[in-house]
Design a protein around this ligand. Structure first.
Ligand SMILES: *[C@@H]1O[C@H](CO)[C@@H](O)[C@H](O)[C@H]1NC(C)=O
Ligand SMILES: *[C@@H]1O[C@H](CO)[C@@H](O)[C@H](O)[C@H]1NC(C)=O
Ligand SMILES: *[C@@H]1O[C@H](CO)[C@@H](O)[C@H](O)[C@H]1NC(C)=O
Length: 281
């Protein structure tokens, strides 16, 4: 899959868009997500056993999942078991049928519009309900993370392939104090690879924060793409959200697909000229 980098103005468009939204749809996003976070939505599991020896410190994990996907669940579960993951939250809410049954006001709160960008070339007014469902599961993880006051958590789409060395990889990462997100994986970056999501492959960079974070005063830190970096969209299949990131993303409605959102749009509530200059073109 060859995608060329979107122009830097997309982030700015989204930022302006957010400012233009009516106040009602700015405040209600977080509250609407929170209403869905009950015990049938968030299922916490400890996959550690007495025989487990953890090779490095762990962090809480969120798995974004829909219960009808049995094979994915079984595969993810087996990976988490072999990693002895102690603190796993399965995010089971906001499935597509739930999205389809939202009333108009709730729908507007969660997804006021589909930001026009390279990945929405036809100017569709809304993303599909299935895509929205996935994007909302990402958001639900941030909201839950914020409610638990977690400093960091690993967010996984349910088809992520995890390396046996996941914990040491994450433990070795040293994101800057002001980082929002630490990218762990993406869609296949390697020749011969399929589009299957890969959390990590041998030889792949473990993290992408160094190439993608830039400060945007006063408190918001957003992605800054480097034109020679690949891919232009950092996949949302596996990434660490840091406290600062959760605080920002948990309050921003869905304006695009999850991966475009975390790569470009969602962390841009304020247009700042200096942060819109280095996106590859
Ligand atoms: C998970 O279970 C293991 C072993 O059964 C235990 O040592 C650990 O404290 C538990 N972790 C959490 C977060 O509950
Ligand atoms: C998508 O969801 C909206 C409401 O949330 C609903 O009106 C619409 O019919 C759904 N579309 C499909 C194709 O199910
Ligand atoms: C962009 O990334 C490449 C590869 O990681 C690096 O060699 C180059 O110095 C970076 N350029 C800038 C302007 O940061």
């Amino acid at each position: 899959m060859v995608l060329s980098p979107p122009a830097s103005r997309h982030g700015r468009h989204a930022a302006l868009l957010l400012l233009l939204l009516p106040p009602s749809s700015r405040g209600c996003f977080h509250a609407t997500i929170k209403r869905h976070l009950d015990s049938s939505c968030v299922v916490r599991v400890n996959y550690s056993r007495p025989s487990c020896v953890s090779s490095a410190p762990q962090m809480p994990v969120y798995v974004l999942h829909a219960l009808y996907l049995d094979e994915r669940r079984a595969f993810m579960r087996s990976q988490l078991r072999s990693l002895c993951a102690e603190d796993v939250s399965w995010m089971l809410c906001l499935d597509r049928p739930v999205v389809a049954s939202l009333d108009a006001a709730a729908f507007r709160c969660l997804h006021p519009c589909f930001a026009h960008n390279r990945y929405n070339p036809a100017h569709e007014p809304h993303i599909s309900n299935g895509t929205l469902s996935l994007a909302l599961k990402h958001k639900a993880a941030y909201v839950d993370m914020e409610l638990r006051n977690l400093p960091a958590a690993l967010v996984l789409e349910d088809d992520a392939v995890l390396p046996p060395t996941l914990w040491p990889i994450l433990a070795a990462a040293a994101p800057p104090a002001d980082a929002t997100i630490l990218f762990v994986g993406s869609y296949s970056l390697w020749p011969g690879g399929s589009l299957r999501a890969q959390a990590q492959r041998q030889g792949a960079p473990a993290t992408a924060y160094r190439q993608s974070l830039a400060s945007r005063p006063p408190v918001v830190h957003v992605l800054r793409r480097n034109a020679s970096d690949w891919p232009p969209i950092l996949g949302a299949v596996a990434y660490v959200v840091l406290r600062r990131g959760a605080r920002i993303y948990a309050h921003t409605p869905v304006l695009s697909q999850a991966d475009v959102g975390i790569s470009y749009l969602d962390a841009a509530p304020q247009p700042q000229p200096e942060a819109t200059t280095t996106t590859g073109t």
